[in-house]
Design a protein around this ligand. Structure first.
Ligand code: FAD
Length: 383
């Protein structure tokens, strides 16, 4: 029954769905998508909790992009609702805006400030570092020790199980520091959520007569069975594909606890960070941004873990080196067998959803350029 597959896709996350949709719609290829989970949309999966409230099963997904064309493409599969991603940090018993902005600085230092005096204040407390080589140096160079210890140090240690000085500068460097009162978590041009959720969005991509989806199906079950005529797109962990031949790539995992409440809202904003208290890092009431109207709400508490599902690649030099060696194997596999490695697990790199979709579109372009002639191998091997 799998004897006419042009493209085999491992993973029904954003990357798998986009590549499958493009291959079926643009090239008319027959696509088989397998996923070991029982749902599509990968980590963007957003089911409805038994209370009736939509939740984000694998942590909150705040969709944002500066790319108009990308938004236009996705708009074929969804309508959008505007979203207000506002985060506060519990510091010294107060919920202060995060990323740090003028209001945060005023409340933290207990005096009125304007952009000029706030800039001068930061100039006075920061520890200049010419070329920061880790996250600690990066943050000290930006905001100084007191703010670093209050907002970053504890959070980073909990999140990664590592000291900021053992992590790349970019880990803490992704978060801006603002000298105005902009309370938004990110500054992107478009900050929106799919009206019916991400699972519906990605599910619609796969609703195509040339696409077949098999869930609850590990790649290992079809790998030796299906020989696609054109190519394979693999979005699972790259080290797993090669049987961990060079060792395991480290990942940070998470545990999620969903707590329902018989109230419309219980938090003042979508996300509260706890840099200095509790085992969990953040509590998320995603209903603030999904646009759902419901008399009840659900708060998700997120606790980092060393083992479990792989969520975040751990960005430090040793891991990058190990990944580089896997990348060599992946390149050879692409050349030899037309297996394309794309996505956050396959490229061992944190991507936001818009960025990973851009990667998927690039991957599709490469496949289109290089794989339009059928592969020479037989379509099906004996099971
Ligand atoms: C906690 C957390 C919060 C995030 N928050 C945001 C956010 O706020 N905004 C944002 O834009 N992005 C966010 N992201 C990033 C977003 O989740 C990713 O960019 C996106 O999901 C990556 O898509 P993907 O297809 O590469 O991988 P995934 O979404 O992980 O999908 C991969 C799929 O492949 C399947 N798979 C893997 N291996 C196999 C195998 N061997 N056999 C069969 N199936 C397999 C998996 O089951 C999974 O369904 C967040 C990520 C995490 C972990």
């Amino acid at each position: 029954m799998f004897d006419d597959v042009d493209l085999l896709v491992c993973g029904a996350g954003p990357v798998g769905c986009v590549v499958a949709e493009r291959a079926a719609s643009v090239l008319g290829w027959r696509v088989l998508v397998v996923d070991r989970r029982r749902h599509v949309a990968g980590n963007c999966h957003d089911p409805v909790h038994p209370s009736g409230v939509r939740v984000h099963r694998y942590g909150p997904h705040y969709f944002r992009t500066n790319d108009d064309a990308l938004l236009r493409y996705l708009s074929r599969f969804t309508e959008w609702v505007p979203a207000n991603y506002e985060v506060r940090s519990l510091v010294r018993g107060e919920l202060l805006p995060f990323p740090i902005n003028l209001t945060t600085l005023e409340r933290f230092f207990g005096r009125p400030l304007d952009p000029t005096t706030a800039g001068e204040l930061l100039d006075g407390v920061r520890t200049p570092v010419a070329e920061p080589v880790n996250s600690e140096e990066y943050v000290l160079g930006r905001v100084g020790r007191e703010l670093y210890e209050a907002f970053y140090l504890g959070y980073t240690r909990k999140q990664w199980g590592l000291h900021p000085r053992d992590l790349d500068p970019g880990v803490c460097g992704r978060v801006p520091v603002r000298l105005d009162r902009d309370p938004r978590y990110v500054g992107h041009k478009h900050q929106v959520m799919p009206r019916d959720g991400f699972t519906a969005l990605f599910g619609r991509m796969l609703r195509h007569r040339k696409i077949r989806v098999v869930l609850d199906c590990p790649f290992a079950e079809v790998r030796g069975l299906v020989r696609p005529r054109r190519a394979t797109v693999y979005t699972g962990p790259v080290d797993e594909y090669f049987g961990h031949a060079l060792g395991r790539l480290p990942y940070r995992s998470l545990e999620f606890e969903f707590v329902p409440h018989a109230a419309e809202f219980v938090q003042p904003c979508v996300q509260i960070n706890y840099p200095n208290d509790f085992r969990f890092t953040r509590s998320v009431e995603v209903k603030h941004v999904t646009g759902q109207r419901h008399p009840h709400t659900v708060v998700c508490y997120e606790t980092p873990a060393a083992t479990g599902e792989p969520y975040y690649p751990v960005p430090r030099p040793a891991n990058r080196e190990l990944y580089a060696r896997y990348e060599e194997l992946a390149r050879a596999e692409t050349a030899r067998r037309r297996v394309f490695f794309c996505g956050r697990l396959a490229q061992y790199r944190y991507f936001n959803t818009d960025e990973v979709i851009q990667e998927a579109l690039r991957c599709f372009d490469t496949i289109r350029r290089t794989c339009t002639a059928p592969a020479p191998s037989p379509t099906v091997r004996a099971a």
